[in-house]
Design a binder for this molecule. Structure first.
Ligand code: PGA
Length: 243
């Protein structure tokens, strides 16, 4: 694993955006696996800025997002569909038909998970998968204890994830209880993985996930087994690593 140490959130965002941008320049029709959450927002802002300057072209890029809440429509401001349009898709020249997320409104989990798994395969797999890391080590919505062997599936969100996400909803009751997510196996099939982490509150999990034992109890620890992983984190998020 490569680790890039950034000074702060802005620096982390720029360094990570550089990696995404290199991918798009090297392979204009690449498949980007995208993530939501607060951490990648600065990275997306930077990509938009470079697009506006004429340095980046998304016209052939294809995207597949990691996950989506089950039961939220595209119009719901908390849906990941909404988030991606708000933070990236609406501001760059990516054709909307090239952007993909699980369909949160499909009630038939089996059908939706099959569709999304097949879609990713039909695109030829993910060239670069962007990931954030949850305080409990989750990646996508793969919570502690989840088998490493799953493709896209429907999950019940844990209390800690509902707790962490409730800040975005009127109350904890409004946070959806299920989500569709790429499984660990899907994530591990990406050719390259880029993880971003920022802030002292992530320091402990960064240390555990990348320097502790590989265990389903810390889903992100599986990334130690991937042969092309880059972690871009700020000093605060790296503060628990010994030299
Ligand atoms: P965050 O979420 O970027 O909002 O901290 C990360 C995650 O839960 O994957």
């Amino acid at each position: 694993m490569r680790i890039y140490k950034a000074k702060d959130y802005a620096d982390m965002s720029r360094k990570a955006a550089n990696i995404v941008s290199a991918q798009v320049i090297m392979k204009p029709n690449c498949v980007l696996g995208l993530a939501t959450g607060s951490t990648p927002i600065g990275l997306y802002k930077q990509l938009v800025e470079w697009f506006r300057k004429g340095d980046l072209d998304f016209s052939e890029v294809m995207t597949v997002n990691l996950d989506e809440y089950k039961g939220l429509s595209r119009e719901n401001e908390q849906s990941y569909y909404y988030f991606m349009h708000q933070n990236l898709f609406d501001h760059v020249n990516i054709p909307v038909e090239n952007t993909h997320l699980p369909n949160g409104m499909e009630p038939d989990s089996e059908k939706e998970c099959r569709r999304y798994t097949e879609l990713i395969q039909s695109l030829g797999g993910v060239d670069l998968q962007l990931l954030g890391i949850g305080h409990n080590g989750h990646i996508g919505f793969n919570e502690p204890g989840e088998s490493f062997d799953k493709q896209v599936h429907c999950v019940n969100l844990t209390e800690s994830t509902i707790e962490a996400n409730k800040r975005f909803f009127a109350s904890a009751e409004d946070v959806p209880k299920q989500a569709y997510t790429m499984g660990i196996k899907t994530i591990m099939q990406a050719k390259k993985i880029l993880i971003v982490a920022s802030g002292e509150d992530k320091a402990e999990i960064v240390q555990k996930a990348f320097f502790g034992p590989i265990t389903p109890q810390v889903p992100a620890s599986v990334l130690q087994l991937h042969n092309d992983v880059t972690l871009v984190a700020d000093e605060a998020a790296l503060s628990k690593l010994s030299e």
